[in-house]
Write a protein that binds this ligand. Structure first.
Ligand SMILES: [Zn+2]
Length: 891
């Protein structure tokens, strides 16, 4: 057989761009020349890994479309749109036969993903005919620019190369590709790179990235456990349609290539097979690349397997195999002089990143000139090697996938808990809907009980929602709904240690150890809507929209912005109906307007027999602003996302507006979310550079300047800004601070009497859920809450001290201690004993509401959201008279 013709220009260029001979492998030092299929250079004008070349998303898509147009080995599917309207796609690559019969292969995988209809021999038969989909994902983190480039070359290679390894991959696997998981962020980052980073030569002059990637969040697109963001949701939909047994997520950070093997702490609820597969692949890659004498390929000592909230974990959560790389990226395409930071990347051991360890037999160099081509070589060699292994053992991959799916069902029949009941007789069904619809989004089956239920745990009414564990994603349901028992407090974890959905959303979810739950007759629930109810009679003197704690009450207020609404400050009776404090009182003539919206939002409106005799105040609409630093927009982004979802209008303001002063003239309420930085960082933000750092839209850089713009994003609001906030409060404004930002008012003298301390260095609390107790139940921020205590997510906020004489300012506190850690890990829980969780401090004409919690954490702790929305809806009545009622009358 004649040797395949190779692209000499490619080989020469790549050799030149690779900074040391050992930074390349025999798998990628060449590229076939094709007469029919366009190479990346044919379409993009450059080989992949060329210095100072990065491609915009549109160009990347253009390349894949050109490839698909010319090759029967490529097929593209559309999976939805991003916030900014870009199309998300998945590119499939395989042999002609595979691509022609793609849908048949999809169906085989669907059968293995839900093997309830398969006998063992039928399963064998399907496995013999099926091919694994091996999914590759890049560009989730926009600053990690290399993978989206590399995958184009890989795609071309997989389509054109006739080497035994590539032929085997093409014949035995279906390779699928996400070209950039955050398409909006890709373009914004590439713009920023060309504007500012194109001349960088060493990491010392590294400027960092733009203020935004996608519309709302940065790295947290990999922490979006509830799939709130559009690109993440689109990918999950695709995943559940195609069931790739392997999903491989490509990131950049540590040197030179880290291949994830799922170190401790590990989620014990996942199938043990997974924990064998992870090192199986990682070790094969490490040994192969080490054989190619590529230094710095390692495994084990970095990311753990605890939180199920990372995007790629959609795979392991659904009985697949999640794989992940970190390669050494430069945040662009420049060759930079890099020093390996001596700090360990691994929180669970103290080794240096360049030390020799059992899991790093050939360590990376301590100092190196590093190019994007080096990065491409490592990543592509690694990925080809992972594909090589999967292609050598396709039946094993498929059999593992089948067995993990089967075991999930069997475990649900065998091991308690056998299921979960969400009683339908809870007052707020909008939060139930939030939970159910997220479970449904995850592919978890939910049923509605067709009759009354009697279990060990008690009796539940007809219509209660049932999640049985004997289903393919029964393990995932358990992981999401159960309490997290952190296995070893001496281990650190990469993200949150707790996520228990019932606690996060303040929804009653009953875990059942009664196997009878599996036999409850149910009808399938596709989607759950909280049904609103409104009176038919339209001649009442007034109407009340009942406050059952739904955040939708805020949406209703803003939808009815022209309607005058009063808020009942105390509970009262109307005939047999109890109207809780916080309920909206509408006059008789606003019924027509309010009815449709109330019903649509799943709220309940009742006719009143008489005007309420309890104190009320007008639900005035505040002029609301959200403050963001330029250097920490992510946690602000989560708050913006929640405000947008609940249709709460606000201005997003930055230092430019704050420094102008006179904030009170424009706003009634300003929220300072957590900024992911210290209070000093909040005030002084990004250090000034030698030149102004503009984030503005120009004809050349059209993706910059979104969600705010500035001629110089550095420097922060400074003391001038801190003063402007103080003035705002003194002149009658309400300042609300969340999480770590709540150290700002105490430390910059806005709330002089409060001190903000920090826990000791022994304290370690990666996002556990802890108990909080309400001290002033009648305060308007607790409208809709009925219990004295509630679970809250620990937000890493300051340990506040309030002078004894002002103790009444404390609205909620942490009882502290190990007994009050409800889920996940808090080491040193005694340190938070009786610390204020929320404080309402009058200052001048206004007030400051300090949340040491974060009542708007990601799209997750819905149960706490109402406290923030209550503060906004009742902004000028936080010291209302109705609070003076005796506790006994409230409860
Ligand atoms: Zn990353």
């Amino acid at each position: 057989m004649q040797a395949q013709e190779m692209d000499a220009d490619f080989a020469k260029a790549v050799k030149e761009w690779t900074t040391k001979p050992e930074f390349i492998s025999p798998l990628v030092d060449h590229l076939p020349k094709s007469r029919s299929v366009p190479s990346p250079k044919d379409i993009l004008g450059h080989h992949i890994g060329a210095p100072k070349k990065l491609d915009y998303y549109e160009e990347i898509i253009r390349y894949y479309k050109a490839l698909a147009a010319k090759s029967p080995r490529v097929h593209i599917v559309d999976i939805g749109k991003t916030d900014e309207g870009r199309e998300s796609i998945v590119v499939f690559i395989g042999s002609e036969e595979t691509i022609q019969n793609l849908d048949t292969y999809r169906q085989y995988l669907a059968q293995l993903a839900d093997p309830r209809q398969l006998s063992e021999s039928q399963a064998r038969d399907v496995i013999a005919k099926a091919k694994p989909i091996y999914h590759l994902m890049s560009g989730l983190h926009s600053g990690e620019t290399g993978p989206s480039e590399m995958l184009m070359e890989l795609a071309y290679r997989l389509v054109t190369e006739d080497s035994p390894i590539v032929k085997s991959i093409r014949d035995h696997l279906i390779v699928s590709i996400t070209p950039a998981a955050d398409p909006d962020g890709r373009d914004r980052y590439v713009d920023w790179y060309f504007r500012y980073k194109i001349n960088e030569t060493s990491e010392e002059d590294n400027l960092g990235g733009p203020p935004y990637w996608g519309k709302y969040i940065f790295h947290d697109d990999n922490r979006d456990i509830n799939y709130s963001q559009l690109p993440m949701r689109n990918l999950l939909h695709w995943y559940l349609d195609w069931h790739p047994p392997i999903m491989h997520d490509l990131h950049e950070s540590v040197p030179f290539l880290y291949t994830f093997s799922g170190q401790a702490p590990q989620e014990p609820g996942l199938d043990p097979i997974l924990y064998g597969e992870l090192p199986w692949f990682a070790n094969f890659e490490m040994s192969q690349l080490t054989k190619y004498v590529m230094p710095g390929v390692w495994t084990h000592g970095y990311v753990d397997m605890w939180s199920p909230g990372y995007l790629g974990f959609m795979s392991s959560n659904h009985n697949g195999l999640l794989r992940m790389y970190e390669t050494f990226g430069n945040g662009g395409a420049n060759t930079l002089h890099r020093k390996i930071t001596p700090e360990t990347p691994n929180p669970n051991n103290s080794s240096r990143a360049d030390s020799r360890e059992w899991y790093r037999p050939l360590p990376p160099y301590a100092e190196v000139d590093w190019s994007i081509r080096n990065n491409t070589n490592y990543m592509e060699t690694g990925v080809l090697t992972g594909l090589q292994l999967a292609a050598a053992f396709p039946e094993v991959v498929l059999d593992n996938f089948y067995k993990k799916s089967l075991h999930s069902i069997e475990s649900g029949k065998r091991d308690a808990p056998f299921g979960y009941v969400i009683p339908i007789n809870q007052t707020d069904l909008t939060r139930v809907a939030f939970v159910i619809n997220i479970l449904r989004l995850q592919g978890i089956e939910v049923g509605r009980a067709t009759g009354e239920i009697k279990l060990k745990e008690g009796a539940f009414p007809t219509g209660s929602l049932i999640i049985k564990r004997n289903q393919p994603y029964g393990r995932l349901a358990k992981i999401l709904l159960e309490k997290q028992n952190y296995p070893d407090p001496s281990l650190r974890t990469y993200d949150d240690s707790a996520w228990t959905m019932g606690m996060m959303t303040h929804t009653k979810i009953v875990e059942s150890s009664d196997a009878a739950v599996l036999d409850i007759p149910v009808e399938k629930v596709e989607h759950f809507d909280a049904k609103g109810s409104v009176p038919t009679n339209s001649s009442a003197v007034a109407y009340a929209v009942i406050d059952s704690g739904s955040v939708n009450l805020a949406t209703l207020r803003f939808r009815l912005k022209g309607v005058s609404i009063r808020i009942a400050e105390q509970m009262f009776q109307s005939g047999p109906v109890t109207i809780p404090a916080g309920s909206f009182i509408l006059s008789s003539d606003s019924l027509a307007k309010a009815k449709t919206e109330t019903e649509a939002l799943g709220l309940t409106m009742v006719a009143l027999t008489a005007q309420p005799a309890v104190p009320m105040h007008d639900a005035d609409l505040p002029r609301l602003a959200v403050y963001s630093t330029w250097g920490g927009t992510q946690d602000v982004g989560w708050v913006r996302y929640a405000f947008d979802q609940f249709e709460t209008p606000y201005d997003l303001i930055y230092k430019e507006r704050v420094k102008q002063g006179n904030l009170r003239a424009a706003y009634d309420v300003i929220v300072i979310p957590n900024q992911g930085r210290t209070t000093k960082g909040l005030v002084f933000d990004l250090a000034p550079k030698s030149k102004p750092l503009a984030y503005t839209k120009t004809s050349e850089f059209k993706y910059l300047g979104d969600y705010g713009s500035s001629d110089d994003i550095s420097g922060g609001m400074g003391l001038e800004g801190a003063l402007a906030f103080r003035k705002f409060v003194e002149e009658g404004g309400l300042l609300i601070t969340l999480g770590e930002a709540s150290a700002f008012p105490p430390e910059y003298g806005i709330t002089r009497s409060i001190e903000a301390g920090r826990p000791s260095s022994q304290f370690y609390a990666p996002g556990p859920i802890v108990q909080a107790e309400i001290l002033r139940a009648t305060h308007p921020i607790f409208y809709g809450y009925t219990e004295k205590s509630m679970p809250v997510r620990w937000a890493g906020g300051p340990l506040l001290t309030v002078p004894r004489v002002d103790r009444k300012q404390v609205l909620m506190q942490f009882p502290g201690g190990d007994d009050n850690v409800l889920s996940g890990l808090m080491k040193g829980a005694a340190e938070i004993k009786n610390r204020p969780a929320i404080v309402d401090v009058p200052v001048g004409q206004g007030r400051v509401l300090l949340f040491a919690t974060n009542p708007c954490y990601r799209w997750q702790n819905l149960g706490e959201f109402r406290m923030l929305f209550n503060a906004i809806l009742n902004y000028d009545d936080l010291n209302s008279k109705g609070q003076e009622v005796k506790e006994s009358r409230i409860r």
